[in-house]
Design a protein. Structure first.
Length: 304
């Protein structure tokens, strides 16, 4: 199906959207095959009660098949770095790193986890030899960490760029190559950047990564896996055959099924909350994540 709304049997609408969580974290994605399954029924049917209810159904993330396990914690141990990791070595003495895995395809690494420091590490403080070795792992699609000036460094292999929130706009500055595949330097409004990134294999990665590193509790470096890879070893029982947690499209795009018209514009799942409140005539609290559908409609791209 295309990138924009599709009317289905019963008058409901099926759309793709980018999953964006309201708390810092790397979002996940839905499998493309899901978009091609037949959908029937009428989400707008209120059983004749006439209460005008509105419904929307969305997934919190997608998933993909995992064929390659690259356990970052075990790799650090091989490199001589004592590492805190679940489910073993949780209370380890003398740990030099801690590894926190989410969805198995996303991982955050904290260096010197028991240092008691009040602020997270930035680029100049990181152990560059370990960072370079982590970035070079075959399973890694995207690596990111804070730079020394308030931005975020994004790396893929030898490619490197800087992300920054700049006076309400999102700035993407390639420094060597083009790790996010955006085609060159960009300074765009948030939704324009979302639209631009939808044609890449890491849709909405600029916003996702900037949001992640807004919080001091995010890791010193975050890794997102390539399609088919994750960051937990095959020692898990049962071994994981599928997972999520990266910023790749198969993990970050999800279907939205709604009984109300959806705008011809890129959506995020957090747009559902303010949109439902607006439809109910309830004021949207200040600071709520997401943008109501009524405002997104004005941002819709012109037909090709």
């Amino acid at each position: 199906m295309g990138a924009y709304p599709m009317l289905l049997d019963g008058g409901c609408v099926l759309r793709r959207a980018v999953a964006l969580v309201a708390v810092p974290g790397i979002a996940a994605i839905a499998t493309r095959e899901l978009h091609h399954q037949p959908v029937t029924g009428d989400l707008g049917d209120d059983g004749g009660r006439g209460n005008g209810q509105r419904q929307a159904v969305a997934s919190d993330h997608g998933a993909s098949v995992m064929r390659h396990h690259e356990d970052v914690a075990l790799r650090l141990e091989e490199w001589g770095v004592p590492t805190l990791r679940h489910p073993v070595h949780v209370w380890r003495r003398g740990a030099r790193a801690a590894v926190m895995v989410s969805g198995n395809a996303g991982v955050q690494v904290y260096f010197d986890p028991r240092s008691g420091r009040a602020t997270p590490l930035t680029e100049g403080d990181l152990p560059h030899d370990l960072v370079d070795r982590l970035v070079a792992l075959p399973a890694v699609r995207v690596a990111a960490y804070r730079d020394d000036t308030g931005g975020v460094i994004v790396r893929t292999g030898e490619a490197r760029a800087r992300l920054r929130d700049d006076a309400g706009l999102v700035r993407y500055e390639p420094l060597a190559g083009d790790p996010l595949g955006l085609g060159g330097p960009l300074l765009l409004e948030d939704r324009e950047m979302l639209l631009r990134s939808r044609v890449t294999d890491v849709p909405d990665a600029p916003r996702q990564l900037l949001q992640l590193f807004r919080t001091a509790r995010a890791g010193d470096i975050a890794l997102g896996a390539r399609l088919g890879s994750d960051f937990r070893g095959p020692w898990e029982i049962p071994e994981h055959k599928a997972g999520h947690g990266s910023v790749i499209a198969d993990h970050a795009e999800v279907p939205i099924l709604a009984s109300v018209p959806l705008p011809e514009a890129p959506l995020r799942t957090v747009d559902l909350m303010p949109s439902m409140l607006e439809l109910l005539g309830v004021p949207v609290p200040e600071g709520t994540d997401g943008v109501p559908f009524s405002r997104l409609a004005a941002l819709a791209p012109a037909p090709a």
